[in-house]
Design a protein. Sequence first.
Length: 490
Amino acid sequence: FPFAVLCRGSIVGVCYGRNADDLPTPDKAVDLIQQHNIKYARIYDANIQVLKAFANTGIELMIGISNSDLLPFSQFQSNADTWLKNNILPYYPATKITYITVGAEVTEAPNNESALVVPAMHNILTSLKKLGLHKKIKVSTTHSLGVLSRSFPPSAGAFSSKHALFLKPLLEFLAENQSPFMIDIYPYYAYRDSPSNVSLDYALFQSSSEVIDPNTGLLYTNMFDAQIDALYFALMALNFRTIKVMVTETGWPSKGSPKETAATPDNAQIYNANLIRHVINDTGTPAKPGEDVDVYIFSLFNENRKPGLESERNWGLFYPDQTSVYNLDFSGRGAVVGMPTPNSNGTAGGFNGTTKTWCIASSNATQLDLQNAVDWACSTGNVDCSPIQPSQPCFQPDNLASHASYAFNAYYQQNGATDIACTFGGTGVRVDKDPSYDNCLYMTAGTNKTGASNITAMTSSSSKTSSSSQNLAGKWAYSLILATLLRLLC
């Protein structure tokens, strides 16, 4: 039995949202899901007609309690008892309900109901225990990546302190009941909001170069893994090492407003196809090799009543008439699509391979954000910041933007001059004009301050790994070997 659990592997499901006035009936929607051999689905409520449509299909279903309903569930146990009696018992087990999400992204909601979530979860769990269903139906709640105050580098992942009172009892609940931490992850937004700092290829699982985490030496080829590992490290920082991470929403829009140039059918197909292949192969992440990462793709249909930019109404895999927006193989057996041809410098996308680039402080960055970024670069980032100290070549002009530019560029060049190495929380920007001045020489990808090869500089930096980091690396290697053996046996 335990071995069977280990061999389950990662799953890919679909989010069935219904914020539209032109969608097919639930019966037709479920037929469509079955036609594409999708075995897992998420809905955002407990609509009776939808629950009936999933009956006897074998599809494992995640249902939801809306934020607006949290108050009564948190106040009285009887409300939870009644809800389960009316919304679970009449349809279970014919409708294979496996998860109940109590609220969704509450910390991002206009009315912050986060204080209501954990009490409501406890009441729902108590109701499930009364029915003997608590081991078959797990209880959790979903979050946006905004629950983190820091996500780069991944090893520095940290939860926002403003959510501490909400998160501590929540994480204790999840750990005690072996429920997953549910996160909605969208690399699309990271690229859309900061295209000068985030490579499209990196967001689409297409990067031919790697981003190194300076604290762990772990290498990242895509933003999805980096964001998940940031969450894992945030959990580990609070000593919650056993909580599983589940991605309850991710995807890519196929159409957007004129400024949303990356929202195209091709990019949506590339992202979702590569995502499925990545997940189904049980690759895990650099920090959690071989770890199952269950994923739900948003969304089944385009939803014409969603507010916001044009992209908000175009996340669907299918049009309301049930025709495909683009082809997608849910089996994960197809080849990874859209791999780019590397430029002459071994990178893909962004500036062309023959152009030298530098990283400097953004003129739009606040002083506080710049200071935090400089402090990180000169400490955790392993940048030699002695040239910006008093009486040194790059001290003048004595202002934060100038000092930050030098530190940012040093880190950028030491870490492969990749797009992601110039993010610094949005305070860095890449340029193709050498910012060197007077006797202050800015590094390039080919040389360090003394003109020596950067390969030497990066190697010596890697050799500074502490014994604790080496122990971590050993554990990751062990996990990878174990995961590989399990895949072979399964």
